[in-house]
Design a protein around this ligand. Structure first.
Ligand code: FES
Length: 193
């Protein structure tokens, strides 16, 4: 049998973020367990591991990201292993291993949006929310503002290619963006803080 990496080694990968103050810490509550069981019950007995991805989404929705403790919990719930869950987490770019800001901005940098001004818009949004664009790297594509209110990342196609440049703030899509619209949105979301 292949040896599994030590779960503690995964726990050691936790990355702090100023955004943590806007999300509840990961906690296994009766409600969370109940919801997880509902997802797991959608799959045949013996296939509990199929619920790993739905449980990842469940935790990310509540907690903002997938912390090492939640990896262990998901593995246990789905009769899987921490390394398998960690593998799923690291495979999908939309799954975060670091807490985002309260308002998480995704800026599409795929060709249609890039050609309609997306690249320039990314730099402008960074300036508006006080984030150094250099902070977005291959290793850490998401950058978080020092106050934790904002985070930003360049993402692939948001499926609205004819209406670029497109961005998303949390789960809301905004199309045909320009500097004036960015100014409006940043002011509007800052008020909601
Ligand atoms: S290229 Fe930006 S939404 Fe498709």
């Amino acid at each position: 049998m292949t040896e599994q990496p030590d779960a503690i080694a995964i726990l050691a990968e936790a990355k702090p973020s100023p955004g943590e103050k806007y999300y509840p810490p990961f906690k296994v509550t009766p409600e969370l367990t109940e919801k997880a069981k509902e997802y797991i019950a959608m799959y045949p007995e013996g296939k509990e591991q199929s619920a790993v991805l739905p449980l990842i989404h469940l935790v990310q929705e509540e907690h903002g990201y997938i912390c090492p403790q939640s990896v262990l919990w998901i593995a246990e719930m789905c009769k899987s292993t921490p390394i398998h869950v960690q593998g799923v987490v690291s495979f999908y770019p939309g799954i975060r291993t670091r807490c985002p800001g309260k308002w998480h901005i995704r800026v599409c940098h795929t060709i249609a949006c890039a050609l309609s001004g997306g690249e320039e818009l990314l730099a402008y949004i960074c300036e508006k929310i006080g984030i150094d664009p250099q902070a977005m790297t291959d290793e850490e594509p998401m950058a978080v503002s020092a106050d934790g209110l904002w985070s930003i990342e360049a993402v692939e196609c948001l499926a609205a290619c004819g209406f670029g440049p497109n961005i998303m703030i949390n789960d809301t899509l905004y199309s045909q963006m320009d500097r004036a619209k960015v100014d409006e949105l940043v002011a509007e979301y800052s008020k909601k803080a």
